[in-house]
Write a protein that binds this ligand. Structure first.
Ligand SMILES: CC(C)(COP(=O)(O)OP(=O)(O)OC[C@H]1O[C@@H](n2cnc3c(N)ncnc32)[C@H](O)[C@@H]1OP(=O)(O)O)[C@@H](O)C(=O)NCCC(=O)NCCS
Length: 191
């Protein structure tokens, strides 16, 4: 993922995913990804068809690093866009309070994680998601991690089927931002 992909990635994120960034709005999501592409520990890939974004995936060796480094790389824009998001969508303030209190993300925030993946709705079920997962998993394997985790909304049956098909096992569940979420793990074959 490079700076020229940020606009399309942020839009696809905003239209496809739930959570804090979605609640804060598109400017905050764009500011987040502007920081994300500069962050040294972030693993982020796009699938392109020429100039058109088909899908993206991002995560980090330390789950918390993704969010902290994206913020550190673009602090003023993220803070300003988040404040604007709270003004426009006051209900998102509750999410920020949860984060500040440490009540979000009850799973281990220090471990390797795939944090966001989305495929353009017109491209789903044609193998783009699998390609993105392969790229991400190869990067994790090259970094030497034995396993990585991710979270899925309880209601997201498509993602549930997708991850099970790709060999993930369910390892727990928790509640974040008022949503029940499932935690999945992919164990990487040792060589
Ligand atoms: C989840 C998502 C990334 C999957 O991407 P995709 O490009 O449609 O997935 P693929 O076509 O590569 O599918 C890979 C495998 O998963 C299976 N699969 C994908 N979606 C499925 C669904 N809705 N139901 C059942 N199986 C599914 C496919 O059949 C395929 O298996 P196969 O290769 O053995 O045939 C995509 O649906 C998406 O962007 N959803 C919205 C955002 C989202 O929910 N992200 C995850 C948040 S945790």
């Amino acid at each position: 993922m490079r700076p020229e992909h940020v606009k399309a990635v942020a839009r696809l994120h905003y239209e496809s995913l739930t959570g804090l960034l979605r609640a804060l709005g598109l400017p905050a999501t764009r500011a987040f990804y502007t920081g994300c592409v500069k962050a040294p520990q972030v693993m982020a890939f796009v699938a392109m068809d020429g100039d058109r974004l088909r899908g993206f995936v991002c995560g980090a060796l330390k789950a918390r690093a993704l969010k902290l480094q994206a913020l550190a790389m673009n602090p003023f824009a993220v803070t300003a866009a988040a404040a604007y998001g709270v003004l426009r969508h006051p209900s998102s303030l509750r999410f920020l309070i949860d984060v500040a209190r440490g009540e979000a993300a009850k799973h281990d925030p220090g471990g390797p994680e795939l944090t966001y993946i989305a495929v353009d709705p017109a491209e789903r079920r044609s193998g783009v998601g699998r390609q993105l997962m392969d790229a991400f998993t190869s990067a994790m394997r090259a970094a030497g991690v034995p396993a990585y985790e991710l979270s899925v909304d309880h209601e997201n049956h498509s993602a549930d089927s997708f991850y099970k098909r790709l060999g993930f096992e369910r390892v727990g569940s928790y509640r974040e931002f008022g949503i029940d979420r499932r935690r999945y793990r992919l164990t990487l074959a040792s060589k």
